[in-house]
Design a protein around this ligand. Structure first.
Ligand code: BGC
Length: 761
């Protein structure tokens, strides 16, 4: 025993002496030395990522015999192990009891915060504030690393234009330009200045690629799109993450050009490594290697070999690599080099994280106090308030006065369980602030607050069962719907204003949570109708992980505040905005359709040969008989309690050459009664191209804070670099000709300016 312990310490010491992070030559020498000692089984072991369960398992399988496999050197990393103590125990198995003492890498779905939960990513994106978004990822990295983690399965950068798809909640919406900025901000936030710092997490951009374009919005479904669309619209955010130095990439579940992404060599090697220069490692999604069998690509041995050859390095949960690669090598279906390259990339990641120096990196009793601190909660509250989007505010119903009697009604008003939103695996919902608590915190001393639940989130038993798979988010009452509504109407009638806190439960969006109807569930619509009938002013406080269809609501309810799922401090942030302590400034990053029949509806679409313009005769035009072409609420839209006026829009010149700068100016005035923040948006249209080009594309945005009455001039500077797109041969070029610039408060309300570009590449 003593000999074993001594041996362990000598090995650790020698690993530590060798593993001084820094120069690449040192890293290579260290890894070469280590790999010389490794058996084939140990090399394949590094490619194996397991989850012992306990966290949220998102597939049917949870790994078994994890302890024995770690000791045998059959495991490269774990995820779903939550808490520093558990991670320490698991790491000790690897570094004390496996032959070569190679540390494990510990990952987790740190998606929108770790213990301090921030708004769901779709909400975060609506802040259009890359500094705040980076800060949220930084805090998540500090907390996650203090909890023993080294690796965050985030950011999720899948462009999504179909609100039926539940995972639209996890991304940044429909636009590649904004999505790319956010991808970079998040990678910077997680990884910090250097991965070796003990408060950094290696980031993992996902789901590579095109996962957000699943047909019919059904999760895991087929994706099929042209290369031109891929390159121009869907790939930029992944590429941006690579440019920001992301350490790892997760392959997606879907097919790309008919081949599942996990086994797609064009995607994982030609594009990712050869064209984009990615140097990190690629991990599969949960059992996505095995799932290639159901896609029809062959048995486990075949699909595992296909995936390794494609450029996949690590196999999540499915153990296809572990159980078949040795045989495939003997049968010459894979090469020794392919196994070694994958193993090397994973060891490099561990080296860069400093795990060979300190396998317990970040775990330190003193750092427990880094988690869920008052400062982190304060940041979460501020960031949440920035994510809310004011969709409607007739007659300035909002902000509310902290006076009189306020009825707070709705199944999400007193529901801590639903504040964090989907994918908050480490967040503790019991520590979240509900809306009613937030309202009492802010106005409880000055106003009388009456509460009634009013309705269940849904009354449909089968639906409720599905949504509650991961925990009770919808908790139907024994009382009849009529009785609940009666009670709510009674308190509404005695109040000056009614806050209707309604919408989706947290897991009505997220993974495996597609919806064919994206209405507010019927039980709550009945409640809303009854509340409106009282004649009292109603404010709809909407919880949602996706755009919802809000036709009736937008016509009949005077004020609508979209609060997504705000995280730990959701309730306080909602109250901050309702009572005017924070003036809302969020802008939609995803279009809200009139009806699912309009899906996909997004602002940066191509023109048809028969475009429809309002006022045109409608026959033989590209339109609908029953609804407009435009969405109900467009991309970039969001109101403030104040108003902003735009003037003096102009260009410094009307024509530019390659690499010349065009300046586009506008003067913005806060013309209302509150201090506030505006997001000024710049869109461009390329009027004549070698391929059809979008009607407009976001090319810049600036957030400007203006005191009441204040005026500022803002300038956008663009060059021909910003006008580049991928042409039919997938060359990234700009083309000469006529362009339009649009400046405005959202994608539909803009002022147009004309310019031209002379010359070409
Ligand atoms: C999801 C990923 C996630 C992984 C690990 C999968 O089902 O698609 O986003 O990172 O599970 O939990």
């Amino acid at each position: 025993m003593l000999r074993n312990i001594l041996f362990f310490f000598i090995c650790c010491l020698s690993l530590q002496l060798n593993a001084q992070t820094g120069k690449p030559e040192k890293m290579n020498a260290f890894i070469n030395g280590l790999m010389q000692k490794m058996t084939l089984e140990e090399k394949i072991g590094q490619l194996n990522l397991l989850t012992p369960g306990g966290g949220v398992a998102t597939g049917a399988v949870v790994s078994s015999d994890v302890e024995a496999k770690i000791k045998k050197g059959n495991v490269g990393g774990l995820f779903g192990v939550i808490g520093a103590d558990k991670i320490r125990v698991a790491q000790a198995l690897a570094v004390k009891e496996s032959r070569l003492h190679i540390p494990l890498i510990f990952g987790s779905d740190v998606i929108h915060g770790h213990k301090t939960t921030f708004p769901i990513p779709l909400g975060l994106s609506c802040s259009w504030d890359t500094l705040l978004i980076e800060k949220s990822a930084r805090i998540a990295a500090i907390e996650g690393s203090a909890d023993g983690l080294s690796w965050a399965f985030s950011p999720m950068v899948d462009i999504a234009r179909d609100p039926r798809w539940g995972r639209i909640a996890e991304g940044s919406g429909e636009d590649p330009f904004l999505g790319s900025k956010i991808a970079k901000a998040m990678v910077r936030g997680y990884q910090g200045n250097d991965l070796v710092n003990k408060n950094s997490l290696m980031s993992c951009v996902k789901h590579f690629a095109l996962y957000g374009a699943a047909e019919a919005g059904r999760d895991y479904n087929t994706v099929d799109m042209s290369r031109v669309k891929m390159y121009n619209d869907y790939l930029p955010p992944y590429k941006a993450a690579v440019e920001a130095g992301v350490g790892s990439v997760m392959s997606s579940f879907n097919v790309v050009d008919g081949i599942p992404a996990t086994g797609n060599r064009w995607l994982l090697t030609d594009l990712l490594r050869n064209q984009w220069g990615f140097k990190g490692f690629v991990v599969s999604d949960y059992t996505s290697v095995n799932e290639m069998t159901a896609h029809g690509l062959g048995n486990l041995q075949t699909v595992s070999a296909l995936s390794l050859h494609a450029g996949l390095d690590m196999d999540m949960v499915g153990e296809g690599f572990l159980s078949t690669l040795k045989k495939s090598l003997a049968e010459k279906k894979v090469t020794q080099k392919e196994i070694e390259d994958a193993c090397r990339r994973i060891l490099e990641a561990k080296y860069k994280l400093g795990l060979f120096d300190d396998p317990y990196r970040g775990i330190d009793a003193a750092r427990a106090s880094d988690i869920l601190t008052p400062e982190n909660r304060k940041a979460a509250r501020d960031i949440a308030a920035h994510s809310f989007v004011l969709l409607k505010n007739d007659k300035q119903v909002l902000p509310l006065k902290k006076a009189g009697t306020i009825a707070v009604v709705g199944p999400l008003a007193d529901s801590k369980r639903n504040m964090l939103g989907t994918w908050s695996v480490s967040g503790d919902w019991q520590k979240s602030v509900s809306v009613i608590e937030g309202i009492k915190n802010i106005a409880g001393n000055a106003a009388k607050i009456n509460y009634a639940k009013g309705a269940n989130i849904s009354d449909e038993a089968d639906f409720v069962k599905r949504v509650n798979t991961l925990g009770i988010e919808i908790d139907p009452e024994k009382r009849s719907p009529e009785e609940m509504i009666r009670e709510a109407v009674a308190i509404a009638e005695q109040s000056d204003v009614v806050l209707a806190v309604v919408g989706e439960a947290a897991d009505m969006s997220g993974e495996s949570a597609s919806r064919a109807s994206i209405d507010i569930p019927e039980s709550q619509q009945l409640l809303l109708k009854a509340l409106v009938k009282t004649g009292k002013p109603v404010v709809l406080v909407l919880f949602n992980g996706r755009p919802l269809t809000l036709n009736w609501e937008s016509k009949n309810i005077p004020a609508i505040l979209d609060v997504w799922f705000g995280g730990t401090e959701a309730g306080n942030a909602v109250a901050d905005v309702l009572f005017g302590n924070h003036n809302p400034s969020g802008k939609l990053t995803t279009s809200f359709p009139y009806s699912v029949g309009q899906v996909p509806v997004y602002y940066n679409h191509l023109n048809t040969g028969r475009p429809f313009h309002i006022g045109d005769g409608t026959k033989f035009k590209s339109d609908y008989l029953d609804i407009p072409n435009e969405p109900l609420y467009p991309f970039g839209y969001g109101l403030s309690y104040t108003s902003f006026s735009y003037s003096n829009m102009g260009l410094n010149k009307t024509s530019i050459q390659a690499n010349e700068k065009l300046e586009i100016k506008a003067t913005i005035t806060n013309s209302g009664n509150y201090d506030g923040e505006e997001t000024v948006q710049l869109y461009i249209q390329d009027l004549v191209g070698s391929i059809a080009r979008p009607v407009k594309e976001l090319k810049g945005f600036q957030k400007v804070f203006l005191k009441k009455g204040e005026t500022k001039e803002i300038t956008f500077r663009i060059t021909t670099e910003d006008l580049k797109f991928y042409n039919k041969d997938l060359q990234h070029i700009f083309e000469p000709g006529a362009y339009k610039a649009f400046i405005g408060t959202d994608s539909e309300h803009t002022t147009e300016l004309n310019f031209s570009v002379a010359g070409s590449e």
